[in-house]
Write a protein that binds this ligand. Structure first.
Ligand code: MN
Length: 341
């Protein structure tokens, strides 16, 4: 909750209350932030972690790295799952977590649904074939349910809403759960997770996970090239090539990944567009119409389904056109009940 009061206008008090709510979310939720609507007022925190600071700190990331290591030490099998139709950020962060499990000498598994693979993930999986020792981590939801035991933990990466899980059966199977995400926390959330690392100021889950790896890495251990490259690709997609949500820390960690052997031309390849999807993107772009001078809407046919990557790329293409500052894909907006403007 975010609460404010004072002698300012309702609008200003409302703004401070909203801001307080944001602070509560950044701090991990489960708390109330109260602050009077005037410049010099200090916020008060109730519940959650009372003496935490609202800013993202390296101390916190180091603490998370240690906490995760402890959770891994207490378990035998580490299962990692992203959101449905995973993108490179979900896959990159999943492999990053898998690397940490490897450093703890644990068995680890990454859950993917072969029926929900987009073109960029397909290219990454092709590349993965060159790394048989990593490829064997990838399993289906059914396999995960069979493999899970008392000493198993599930790490959710790049999402936190249970209903967005690649496999609902896998989510239901676990009561020990850790969450690593960069999306603003919503209402729907797992019950009593062992660890919650939600940092909405981070560009991507890959950025968060790469930082966790950085704190654990020793000079002896070389992070496999596939993993550093996937993490970097995750940062690329979520920041649209370092143009949005990018902070100094994003560049810091990108530099670290590059020094660890990340291959930028491979990133380019993984994120490239093939002719079929290029044609679908063009199809959407060609159907766009001005809604206002600076906003266009691309409305698809009622019965035509585009995957989210295609939709996002079409929106990016339209946004790169001079004078356009908002793009709205009608079907997406209707289905997900939100506008990507
Ligand atoms: Mn992401």
């Amino acid at each position: 909750m975010g609460i404010s009061y004072g002698e300012e206008s309702f609008e200003e008090i409302g703004e401070v209350a909203q801001n307080n709510l944001d602070i509560a979310l950044v701090r991990g939720g489960d708390q109330v932030v109260l602050k009077e609507a005037k410049e010099e007022a200090k916020p008060q925190f109730f519940g959650g972690n009372t003496d935490g600071t609202p800013k993202r700190t390296r101390v916190r990331s180091r603490a998370m790295s240690t906490a995760l290591r402890k959770i891994f030490a207490e378990n035998q099998r580490i299962f990692i799952m992203g959101h449905r139709y995973p993108d490179m950020d979900a896959l990159g962060s999943a492999f990053g977590v898998a690397y940490m499990a490897m450093m703890s000498d644990k068995e680890c598994y990454i859950i993917l649904n072969p029926k929900e693979i987009t073109a960029d993930i397909q290219r990454a999986l092709e590349e993965l074939k060159k790394y048989p020792e990593l490829e064997r981590f990838v399993i289906t939801g059914e396999e995960a349910v069979n493999l899970s035991n008392e000493e198993s933990v599930l790490v959710m990466v790049d999402y936190h809403k249970p209903s967005m899980s690649i496999s609902q059966a896998v989510y239901d199977e676990f009561d020990k759960i850790a969450v690593i995400d960069h999306h603003r926390r919503g209402d729907e959330f797992p019950d009593k997770p062992l660890l919650t690392y939600i940092e909405s100021s981070a560009s991507s889950a890959s950025e968060l996970v790469a930082e966790l790896i950085q704190y654990r890495a020793s000079r002896r251990s070389q992070v496999p090239k596939f993993i550093t490259t996937s993490l970097l690709a995750g940062i690329y997609v979520d920041t649209k090539n370092f143009t949005v949500r990018t902070t100094g820390r994003t560049f810091d960690i990108a530099g670290y990944l590059k020094n660890q052997g990340a291959d930028t031309s491979l990133v380019q390849y993984m994120l490239s567009t093939d002719l079929d999807s290029y044609l679908m993107i063009s199809e959407l772009v060609s159907r766009s119409q001005h809604f206002r001078e600076d906003i266009v809407i691309a409305a698809a046919d009622e019965d035509r389904v585009y995957d989210s990557v295609t939709v996002a790329k079409a929106a990016d293409t339209l946004l790169s056109i001079n004078g356009i500052c908002g793009v709205c894909h009608y079907e997406t907006a209707r289905r997900f009940d939100r506008y990507q403007c």
